[in-house]
Design a protein around this ligand. Structure first.
Ligand code: SRM
Ligand code: SF4
Length: 569
């Protein structure tokens, strides 16, 4: 039975979407209204599909309320950047837009793209228009649609990476929204949008998807995208000559959960089969269509693909997908991951070109006192002739550098202090933090702003046990939505209230096992006391080469969540 046939009460947002004339609503009127920095509540929901969230500066919220002023509204804008690739000219374009309109520089996200914060309403059209003018888009960067398709940035396999990057673009183009509202609002900048009578959404339908839907392509042996955290993970299968054979399919992942609601939970995807490259686009289309038809449109907290799969079974999802495809889904093929983080420094690709991975703490590229990262990247973009690649760990790669150009890049990297990766501790090199306060409306605790402090504290502890260089994966998030994929951290801190976090431990190093709860809702002193003891045990009792997360799981300090049972292929 499809969603339409089921007698459920649709959530309010389903009505807003269906009545929006393909995402138009009254966004045009809201943008023109100069009496407020905001737009209407229903329009904020539709604006997400256009790549923007209305937010307010939470640091000044109470003070403004006291002064009887409206909140300090601004708009977050997210770029859609499949595969995370950017030309130097595009970098310079984004940099200029950030300087002109945004409050906090450029922010690399955990899905390989950029966000900008606190764009004022009166500048939103010029900002999004400016992004389009440099050949990029924000359509479907947020909203109930297919989000930025991410892809491993394995620099060693340059030619395979180029091929897989191309697949990320193809998937995105194949399944993105078709509405012309985006063009009317942000490119043509029409004062009044049309009635959308000629629009069609052959895949997504007029009410779009029940919830966001995320694809990611991993290129073994790197799982640097956390492929099992995707709604629909794709694992590239290469033969012994690194020629692409096809893709293993791993649906059913996603991290988001609601504090105190056990019906919501993070989950990893599981294998249901393999398809060759020529069948990939059709497979992706129908993978989405199944969720469009069966996803829960009554309860948004229950509307991700993982819940559809868990309610009906992984085998059911496989069979339903198979019933829509004119070719067989084959059994999954063998693959092996050896890592799920970035590797820093210079790497030579299989084509003799060079790639330099830099560490960007929490992805924030901004000039601050004593550190001019934004200026440095601008200077690099002015001389670089290759491209830039964003990683899902909020870092960036200066990619495709000729051997003779390396010295010039190195000099700029050093001059602008972009070479932290040479000195940072193991845990610092493997730390991710979501944005959280002051812009995220859902933040329950600090994250990005807390990262430098808590890392120093962790390093003090690690130094006691000679563990400074230990590559411990640390993920910090300001709430259980886990935008830094904090359930995948060997150490995960998940915000529950100001100054309080759940301490979770025991994920593996391959992105194949989530962490488990160690202590709930505790403050910094308790977190440090707990880790002091566990780091001490780890140093004394670990077996040779054992990672921190594996140790914690082996000695039974936590019980990591279980994967779904394997299905019949
Ligand atoms: Fe996220 C919502 C930031 C990756 C799960 N996420 C939000 C919002 C838009 C808050 C909101 O709804 O009002 C955050 C904006 C903060 C701000 O001020 O900018 C936000 N999410 C981010 C970013 C920027 C985190 C970062 O520091 O890099 C990432 C942008 C990714 C991108 O470029 O598209 C980001 N979010 C993720 C990921 C990681 C991933 O996709 O690999 C997840 C976990 C995987 C998943 O989808 O479950 C994630 N974000 C969520 C959720 C939980 C969804 C759920 O099904 O429960 C929410 C809340 C929601 O959608 O209702 C959310
Ligand atoms: Fe905001 Fe929570 Fe996502 Fe952090 S994890 S950006 S606090 S929604």
């Amino acid at each position: 039975m499809t969603q339409a046939e089921r007698p459920i009460k649709l959530s309010q947002l389903e009505h807003i979407k269906a009545d929006s004339r393909f995402l138009r609503g009254t966004i045009d009127l809201g943008l023109a209204d100069r009496t407020t920095g905001a737009i209407s509540e229903p329009d904020t929901k539709l604006l997400k599909f256009h790549g923007s969230y209305m937010q307010d500066d939470r640091d000044v919220r109470d003070e403004r309320r006291r002064q009887k002023l409206e909140p300090d509204y601004g708009f977050m804008v997210r770029v859609r950047l499949p595969g995370g690739m950017l030309t130097p000219q595009q970098w310079l374009g984004l940099d200029e837009l950030a300087n002109r309109y945004a409050s906090n520089g450029l922010r690399i996200t955990t899905r390989q793209t950029f966000q900008f914060h606190m764009i004022r309403k009166e500048h939103l059209r010029d900002f999004i228009g400016g992004i389009n003018a440099i050949g990029l888009s924000t359509l479907a960067a947020c909203g109930d649609d297919v989000r930025n398709v991410i892809c491993s940035v394995n620099p060693k396999l340059s030619s395979t990476h180029a091929e897989l990057y191309d697949w990320a673009l193809k998937i995105m183009n194949h399944v993105k929204p078709r509405t012309t509202a985006y063009r009317e609002l942000w490119i043509e900048k029409r004062e009044r949008t049309s009635d959308g009578a000629n629009d069609e959404e052959p895949l997504l339908g007029p009410a779009y998807l029940p919830r966001k839907f995320k694809f990611g392509i991993a290129i073994p042996p790197y799982n640097d995208i956390d492929v099992f955290a995707q709604d629909f993970g794709l694992i590239a299968i290469l033969d012994e000559h690194n020629k692409l054979q096809g893709f293993n399919l791993a649906p059913g992942g996603s991290m988001g959960a609601t504090a105190g609601d056990p019906k919501t939970y993070p989950s990893l995807g599981d294998l249901i089969g393999f398809v060759p490259p020529e069948h990939l686009l059709e497979t992706c289309w129908h993978a989405i269509a199944v969720q469009r038809d069966f996803g829960d449109r009554g309860e948004r907290k229950h509307a991700r693909l993982k819940y559809t799969i868990d309610d009906r079974g992984l085998q059911w999802y496989h069979d339903e997908l198979q019933s829509r495809l004119p070719f067989p889904i084959e059994p999954p093929r063998p693959y092996h991951f050896d890592h799920n983080g970035d590797r820093y420094g210079w790497v030579e690709g299989d084509d003799g070109r060079w790639h330099l991975t830099l560490q960007i703490p929490a992805g924030r590229i901004k000039d601050v006192e004593g550190r001019a990262r934004q200026t440095g990247m601008r200077e690099i973009a002015r001389v670089h002739t290759g491209e830039f690649r964003m990683t899902c760990d909020q870092n960036l790669i200066i990619a495709d550098v000729a051997p003779e150009d390396r010295a010039a890049i190195d000099a700029l990297v050093e001059q602008y202090g972009l070479d932290d990766y040479k000195r940072a501790s193991g845990i610092r090199l493997h730390a991710l933090a979501c944005v959280a306060l002051p812009t995220c409306g859902l933040a329950m605790a600090e994250s990005e702003r807390y990262l430098p402090h808590i890392l120093e504290k962790f390093e003090e502890l690690l130094d006691r046990y000679g563990l400074r260089d230990e590559p411990i994966h640390f993920r910090l998030s300001g709430c259980p939505n886990s935008c830094s994929r904090s359930y995948m951290g060997e150490i995960g801190l998940i915000g529950r209230a100001i100054g309080k976090y759940d301490l979770r431990l025991g994920a593996d190093h391959l992105g194949e096992r989530m962490n488990g709860m160690y202590k709930e809702n505790i403050g910094e002193a308790e977190i440090l006391a707990a880790l002091d003891e566990i780091f001490g045990r780890f140093a004394a009792e670990r077996s040779a080469g054992e990672h921190f997360g594996d140790f914690v799981a082996r000695v039974g300090l936590v019980e990591p969540p279980k994967r779904r049972p394997v299905i019949n292929y």
